[in-house]
Design a protein around this ligand. Sequence first.
Ligand code: AMP
Length: 501
Amino acid sequence: MKANVTWWLDQTAERLPDKTAFADEHKEITFRRLREQAMALGTQMAKRGLFKKPVVIYLEKGVDVLVSFMGAAYSCNFYSPIDIDMPVNRVNKILEVLKPSLVVTTAGLRSVFAEYAYEGEYLLFEEAVLSEADEACIEDARSRGIDTDLLYVLFTSGSTGVPKGVTINHRSVIDYIDWVTETFEITQQDSFGNQAPFYFDNSILDIYSTIKTGATTYIIPKNLFAQPVPLLEYLLEKKINTIFWVPSALIVVAKLKAFRNVDLSSTLKRVLFCGEVMPNKQLNTWRKFLPDVLYANLYGPTEITDACTCYIVDREFADDEPLPIGIPMANTDILVLNDRNEPVSGDEIGELCVRGTSLSMGYYNNPDKTREAFVQNPLNPYVPETIYRTGDLVRYNAYGEIIYLSRKDFQIKHMGHRIELGEIETAVSSLEEITLCCCLYDEKRQKIVLFIEEQLEKAYINEKISGLVPEYMLPGKVVTMEQMPINANGKIDRVKLKEFL
Ligand code: AMP
């Protein structure tokens, strides 16, 4: 069986040509038009001689981004979306790593991109979609591509200040989506309400489940996530029956008990979540108001194509109990290893490591970081076999399910965003006035706290670093220490600093 995700689109466009595939605030697109437009873009890419090359998609979130993704896939190139709100320095760092061969954008956004360190070619979306699709040209490209060729590169925070580009191939997405659509019985009758930005891997589930099964995905306007009642009204109006959101988004709805105003019991069927801890307190509010919905906690890093374990909620939990992250998905093996690299026994704590078809091939153009995290399976000395060390500490419960406990390092999740505190520290350290700095996360208040030795205002620092890191990485609190505490190794004493949170 040939494997390229666009084969799904070919089949669905033939089966359901006039059904809406994706809709955003301004437009919607049928499967037939999606295929035609993506093929037109793919033809433009192939005719430029691009094959297995990185293509940046620099567009406002919406249907056009998805057309562009599919265009790259049809021509056997791989896409990397760049958020149009990302600060210039960070975009430049990504461009330095990725060295794209082409940037897909609009005439309006091209002038913004012109400020970045990129001198290559552009493909203007509005012109490319009007061009002729050349099926023979696409067929030629697809016949030369194979399943383990890259489909996309998603950039995540890197501790040294350089974002890491997680590479994922067609086979990994196909295997993951097969599991998703079979497990949750997704069909053309279903409709997703997309929350995840397209540069965040949770969106893979919405996008590819839709393309494979002929479901419909509504891209929910971002501003609705700050207004729970209109958000639920939107779900009702569009008859959305499946959502896959980060817990932060579900928590806002639960806190304000928006369910009292909007009754979703006749439409909402599945509530899936992934990306950070889902507290049972808020989940219990959802469960109380919508008891017949299927709830599932998916877990995984971008490096394993979105998720690798899943727990379908099947029993009651007290508000203060942890919700399991469950058991491995198909074709995924989870190894929980202790400090001696041995499998844990009983309820011993260990690091969650993962191997399987959906594993990333490594960080793009970054062999050092790849070598650190993608290592030989210590339990198999006989053949080369890669596992990914997630840095997540877990243990098994009495049901044999995995319980997530904490991180081993300085990676955090803040409002659903994966952040290396080191990336913020690198940005702050680059300011002239700063001698020493350290960032910690205050879990309770959900705040990034920056410790410095200088008398500087938070607003001043944030303004200075806003060109270096995205808005969601800006510290929520700045604490001035007379002197930074130092431990026996001469490093900043983070344990001591915690007392000042
Ligand atoms: P990302 O690559 O942005 O998907 O972030 C991956 C990290 O998010 C994981 O390594 C975990 O630390 C955290 N994470 C993802 N899913 C869950 C979950 N269901 N429960 C707790 N933490 C999670």
